[in-house]
Design a protein around this ligand. Structure first.
Ligand code: NAD
Length: 310
């Protein structure tokens, strides 16, 4: 490991990720890249000006020159346009595919052995675009969504039962969107299945709130979430740079696992220094498998719009 991490996109998520990388001392240098003139420099300077009181090493650079990204261990892509009035979902898909494809193609030229974490939405399709644009092997690319969605589910369960979030484990699979699949059967409180502690109708409400988690934040603060997404990215980075071989729900490229071929889906993966070291297959009920299939169909429809369907 060279101790260098590149973050594309110095917006809300990219800025929060950069701050956390430095705080957690997960690398020696962060290179922040944005296409808006001055944005990456401004965010980097703002973080660095806190170093006298935060007592953090000033390791943040802003990269006008992509040469600075050379030999990064990890590349994190948070660059992406926001949906504006009059845009359809497909318009957003195309705009962000262009941006993500450009970023990863450039990144791969300077850091051919980096592990890539994609954050930009629509997440699963963007992972696919990035993999193709950078010709990245599936073991070195994954998307962040499952940890965030599982965190939301865990938090809602803990609040419902008035217990510590530390007691709660939760599983969320599938697409990052309305078709995501929170799985109560694999969600526990101090080892006890959550269905034994929360009545079905309340549990259904928590599942629905989890699916709607991103939209709830947007309704409240008029922009998408960034603190919790940044924390989720940090957990993935730490699993890779510290070779934790930790099982985490992430978007991984499926090649037959869970009956899905040729799409990135949220599944449990073992993350370590070699990237996606294993896709962990868990037993699913017929209903859960069907829901996962619907998730995969939706992702493949998005890929078809981009002309990237397998
Ligand atoms: P933002 O608008 O605050 O930041 C996006 C940044 O990307 C901007 O600074 C913009 O200038 C930059 N950018 C655009 N094109 C670029 C390019 N070609 N090269 C470099 N930089 C470029 O948005 P945000 O809130 O930080 O969200 C970023 C992306 O992450 C969005 O697509 C959002 O939907 C997604 N997101 C995903 C999750 C998840 O769970 N996967 C969670 C939150 C946000």
């Amino acid at each position: 490991m060279n101790g260098k991490i590149t973050v594309f996109g110095a917006g809300n998520v990219g800025g929060a990720v950069t701050r956390r990388l430095i705080e957690r001392k997960l690398c020696k240098k962060v290179v922040l890249v944005d296409r808006s003139p001055g944005k990456a420099q401004g965010v980097a300077l703002d973080i660095l000006e806190a170093s006298p009181v935060d007592l953090l090493e000033p390791v943040c650079l802003s990269g006008e020159n992509l040469e600075e990204t050379r030999d990064s261990d990890v590349v994190i892509v948070t660059a992406g346009a926001r949906r504006t009035e009059g845009m359809t979902r497909d318009d957003l898909l195309r705009v962000n595919a262009q941006i993500v494809g450009e970023c990863v193609a450039k990144a791969a030229r300077y850091s051919p052995y980096a592990f890539h974490i994609i954050v930009s939405n629509p997440l699963n399709a963007m992972c696919h675009v990035a993999m193709r644009a950078g010709q990245i092997p599936p073991s070195r690319i994954t998307g962040m969504a499952g940890i965030l969605d599982a965190c939301r589910f865990q938090y809602f369960i803990a609040k419902e039962l008035n217990v510590s979030v530390e007691n709660v484990q939760a599983m969320v699979l599938g697409e990052h969107g309305e078709d995501m699949l929170p799985v109560p059967r694999y969600s526990t409180v101090a080892g006890v299945p959550v269905a034994e502690m929360i009545p079905p109708e309340r549990l259904a409400d928590l599942v629905a709130r989890t699916r709607d988690g991103g939209a709830e934040i947007i309704r409240l603060m008029q922009t998408s979430a960034f603190y919790a997404p940044a924390s989720a990215v940090i957990q993935m980075v730490s699993a890779v740079v510290m070779d934790k071989r930790k099982i985490l729900p992430c978007a991984a490229y499926l090649q037959g696992e869970y009956g899905v071929t040729g799409a990135f889906m949220g599944v449990p993966v073992k993350l370590g220094a070699n990237g996606v070291e294993q896709i962990v297959e868990i037993e699913l009920s017929d209903q859960e498998r069907q829901a996962l299939g619907a998730s995969a169909d939706k992702i493949k429809q998005q890929l078809a719009v981009l002309g990237q369907a397998c």
